[in-house]
Design a protein around this ligand. Structure first.
Ligand SMILES: [Zn+2]
Length: 189
């Protein structure tokens, strides 16, 4: 499967899993050497075509203007890690926790979450959407972490390929959903 079809496939999976809370949000990219294939700005995650994916480079900024608005975040994560795939989505439960809990981390309470990681960092910055500040923060934090939640915005996850990036992204949402439902359940008793 070529890289554009791979991105189209994972866009559809994100949509079908309910991880694209608004139709055009989120972004996906894959790195091949210095080249990055990334979803274009303003395209619909669940029904991407090959024309909706643009090839850019880590060494110049050609076509960054038509790429996803989070293109600088993807670039900084690639520059700082060995990963070859990144998925960003507006994961509702992680967003709710990041807003509601005044904390710099989400700590899993379920067995699977605890097995895979101690915590997920929450990035709290002044300009949390499509900013250089976000790009620099993600590049720094994701050197050590495969996933990060941006307060009030959503989750970024990286992996060796899109399969691993999706696994990491959905793990964050699963951990967040269990924490959320556990609190709701306890408060209803
Ligand atoms: Zn976003």
């Amino acid at each position: 499967m070529n890289v554009k079809n791979e991105i189209i496939k994972y866009g559809r999976i994100l949509f079908e899993m309910g991880l694209t809370e608004s139709s055009h949000s989120g972004n996906i990219s894959v790195r091949h050497g210095n080249k990055i294939f990334i979803k274009k700005h303003g395209t619909m995650m669940g029904s991407l075509s090959e024309d909706d994916i643009v090839e850019i480079s880590l060494v110049d900024q050609k076509n960054y203007d038509i790429a996803s608005s989070e293109v600088y975040s993807h670039v900084e994560i690639y520059k700082n890690t060995e990963s070859n795939a990144i998925i960003h989505a507006h994961t509702i439960y992680a967003i709710v926790l990041s807003i509601s809990e005044n904390t710099d981390r989400i700590v899993p309470v379920d067995a699977e979450g605890k097995y895979y990681l101690k915590y997920i960092p929450v990035i709290d910055i002044e300009n949390p959407v499509a900013s250089k500040e976000l790009a620099m923060s993600l590049g720094y934090v994701m050197k050590e972490h495969k996933m990060a939640v941006v307060k009030g915005h959503g989750t970024f996850a990286r992996g060796k390929d899109l399969g691993e990036a999706l696994k990491n992204l959905t793990l964050v949402e699963s951990i967040s959903k269990i924490i959320y439902l556990n609190k709701v359940y306890k408060n209803s008793l």
